[in-house]
Design a protein around this ligand. Structure first.
Ligand code: ATR
Length: 279
């Protein structure tokens, strides 16, 4: 058998990344021979580690925290979605030399919402919490689905206003602080802040969610995040975490690299079993 094509995820820390688990299963599913590893690199080590990986014949890299913005500057060209996101999570060598930077995170989010949870975004009122890198990456893919309105709320309102102004020409987009939120419950609330990772509860007005609201936390943990618990306590019956987004963004990267879109449901199910076993 010929040598496997080499792929990796680069981050810091990266030891707990689920990407090797996911990509190995995708490859097995479609009968491809790949080797997918992790590369732990500090910010100072990032650029040389990427260049070395590709110089040694690597076929593709996923980029995770804290390097997604730095990866923009390593790419010779960016796809439009990476340019909008201002961040790169997938690097692929070009035939003419240099790297293409892409970002599959936003598509991972919308595919999880639409295909795994059956959520409708078109014509609905959407609230996006946060105005950092994760929120920025989600904006274009969400606006492409044509919500009736999209509100960005952030702890620092100025950042939400800036982001809304930047994307305002692409739809009905408003920015505000958490305390400014009022009116009828939203149809879809997406938490793109990093508060969940620190288990912190966002100071949100209770009225923004109702029984029909779909609440999605882009973070995931073995147990429910503070945001999911907050939503459930306010009567929300559908409050979920972003494990499916992780699998879907990986499937899109796999498609870029291998030209075939793997089936994701079985891999997501296997990942849930794996996580539950670790508890
Ligand atoms: P990421 O790339 O994960 O989005 P980031 O660019 O540092 O990381 O952005 C973090 C986001 O989470 C920001 O919207 C931040 O709010 P501020 O802009 O006000 O800093 C938000 N955030 C982080 N911790 C938070 C907390 N405890 N409460 C509310 N918002 C929080």
């Amino acid at each position: 058998m010929s040598e496997p094509d080499r792929y990796a995820v680069i981050g810091h820390p990266v030891g707990h990344s689920r990407s090797p688990f996911i990509h190995e299963r995708f490859a097995r599913q479609v009968g491809h021979n790949i080797d997918y590893t992790t590369i732990d690199a500090t910010p100072a080590q990032f650029a040389p580690a990427v260049l070395r990986f590709f110089a040694e014949g690597g076929k593709g890299l996923n980029v995770t925290l804290p390097h997604k913005q730095a990866a923009v500057h390593l790419a010779a060209d960016l796809t439009p979605r990476a340019e909008h996101a201002g961040a790169v999570n997938t690097l692929t060598p070009r035939a003419e030399g240099g790297l293409t930077g892409d970002n599959t995170d936003g598509l991972g989010l919308t595919r999880d919402l639409i295909y795994n949870f059956g959520v409708t975004v078109a014509g609905r009122r959407v609230l996006l919490l946060g105005a950092g890198g994760a929120a920025r990456g989600a904006l274009m893919p969400l606006l492409d689905l044509q919500p009736r309105e999209l509100t960005i709320a952030n702890r620092s309102p100025a950042r939400a206003l800036e982001l809304a102004a930047e994307f305002g020409q692409d739809g009905e987009v408003h920015g505000c602080g958490f305390a400014d939120l009022h009116g009828a419950p939203y149809d879809l609330v997406i938490n793109a802040t990093s508060a969940s990772l620190a288990n912190e509860v966002l100071p949100l007005p209770a009225g923004i969610v109702g029984a029909h609201t779909f609440c999605y936390d882009m973070a995931y943990k073995a147990e429910d995040t503070a945001f999911v618990r907050w939503a459930q306590q306010r009567g929300c019956t559908r409050a979920v975490m972003g494990l499916g987004m992780l699998v879907e963004q990986a499937a899109e990267a796999f498609f870029i690299w291998r030209g075939i879109r793997p089936e994701t449901a079985s891999v997501l199910a296997a990942l849930k079993v794996e996580l539950a076993a670790e508890e």
